[in-house]
Design a protein around this ligand. Structure first.
Ligand code: HEM
Length: 408
């Protein structure tokens, strides 16, 4: 192995400084299938090329989500048993049954009902801040629409929404980040509280069905089978983690991209027809999930490199999204980039993100309000980053802008 790769370090400590694009550039060139040691664990294969990320995502038979689950740290059998109750950590046929059931809550009609609401919500979010001139972007702007939509999907009453924001921070950030580890009770207590909130809503919808996602989920039935209560609860935990932080952070990174590339923001103001490609570019650029893991189910080969049965294989989406063989000039943020078949929602196949259309609508509505109504927005301090090798997170990002009147 080339000695120039000795200082490659994709372990948790690296990510608090931002995505290590310099390391990924070298890995794609010099060792696209790279054996990454872990001091207290088995080590893993780091896949950094676009084609490899896609291929492994599609080939669930060889690269299992279930066998060792989808997070990098090796889990004991007891932990695996509970992880395998969530959709991300299932392979077909188990995955197929579960996905078909939960998809009943994500029909195009259900999503349309939500999407109609998103733009109005984004207008209100900016109404709340536009007169202030100085705000904390993450909590007051980026987090708002995604957390509101999750609460809406679960069917929670409005007074519980701020608590849901706290709980979702606790659930996602707790693995590596000291700020969140200090929260009382840790992730387990947070999860229990979410279960209780969801149980209450589920019981209500069984008794009083409505035209909403929770009702669709409690009533979903395939071949006489329904989701059990624990399955339903775990699905909501997955939604909170998968749908909330990801979209919030994508919006954070979109702001950073536009502040660093003011000409691109101006292009959007001059030509609003660019918004659809712009959202895809924001997704490619922001890649809010760093990676998911697979486990090889048999000896196999990727790019002439032998991978042994049982090896951990990690798919690095942010690297695939900057692969020069898939995206010309990949480190340039170009709101008109087409085609733009990024892997931010996964590399395709059975686990492709269930919330992709919802996330796209949330990002577009929020960023459009920011670009059009806060045109001179700028950072007043360096953003503080989440210490996580999983979520590309920004915890705080103070901004200022010229105050402007509310929309009504
Ligand atoms: C920018 C925002 C988002 C990003 C970057 C993102 C990313 C991803 C990725 C990479 C996967 C694939 C996992 C794998 O292959 O192992 C995934 C799956 C999933 N996402 Fe998203 N997601 C986003 C928004 C959402 C939203 C808004 C929801 C729901 C409201 C959601 C729900 C899910 C679910 C349930 C899965 C699991 C699907 C399965 O295993 O079959 N995501 N997401």
């Amino acid at each position: 192995m080339s000695s120039s790769l000795d200082d490659i370090d994709l372990l948790a400590g690296t990510w608090g400084r931002g995505v290590p694009h310099d390391q990924f550039d070298r890995l794609r060139k010099e060792a696209p299938v790279y054996w990454h040691p872990e001091p207290a664990d088995t080590g893993f294969w780091a896949l950094t090329k676009y084609d490899d990320v896609k291929r492994c995502s599609h080939d669930w038979r060889t690269f299992s989500s279930e066998r060792g689950a989808t997070f990098i740290p090796t889990q004991d059998e007891m932990a695996l048993e509970s992880l395998r109750l969530t959709i991300l950590n299932m392979d077909p046929p188990k995955h197929e049954r579960y996905r078909r059931l939960v998809s009943k809550g994500f029909t195009p009609r259900m999503i349309r009902m939500l999407v109609d609401d998103i733009e109005r919500r984004a207008v209100r979010v900016i109404d709340e801040v536009c007169e202030k001139g100085e705000v904390e972007f993450v909590e007051e702007i980026a987090a708002q629409v995604p957390v509101q939509m999750i609460c809406e999907m679960i069917g929670l009453e409005k007074d519980l929404w701020p608590r849901m924001f706290e709980l979702s921070n606790q659930l996602i950030g707790s693995r590596d980040d000291p700020d969140y580890q200090e929260l009382p009770g840790g992730p387990e207590a947070g999860a229990m509280e979410v279960y209780m909130l969801c149980d209450a809503v589920a019981a209500d919808r069984r008794a009083n069905p409505r035209d909403d996602i929770m009702t669709a989920l409690v009533e979903a039935e395939i071949d006489g089978e329904r989701l059990t209560d624990p399955e339903l609860n775990l699905f909501f935990i997955t939604l909170i983690v998968a749908g909330n932080e990801t979209t919030r952070n994508l919006i954070n990174h979109s702001l950073l991209a536009l502040v660093e590339n003011p000409d691109e923001a101006q292009r959007l103001r001059d030509d609003p027809s660019l918004w659809d490609p712009a959202v895809e570019e924001m997704l490619r650029w922001g890649s809010s999930i760093h990676n998911f893991r697979r486990t090889a189910t048999e000896d196999t080969v990727v790019r002439d490199v032998e991978i042994k049965e049982g090896d951990k294989v990690v798919l690095y989406y942010a690297s695939a999204n900057r692969d020069e063989e898939a995206f010309p000039d990949p480190h340039t943020f170009d709101v008109a980039r087409t085609p733009n078949d990024h892997v931010t929602f996964g590399g395709g196949g059975v686990h492709f993100c269930l919330g992709a259309s919802l996330a796209r609508a949330e990002i577009k509505a929020t960023m459009r309000q920011v670009v059009d109504r806060l045109p001179d927005i700028e950072l007043t301090a360096e953003p503080s980053r989440l210490h996580s090798d999983f979520v590309n997170g920004i915890k705080k990002m103070p901004v200022r802008f010229t105050p402007s009147p509310r929309s009504n």
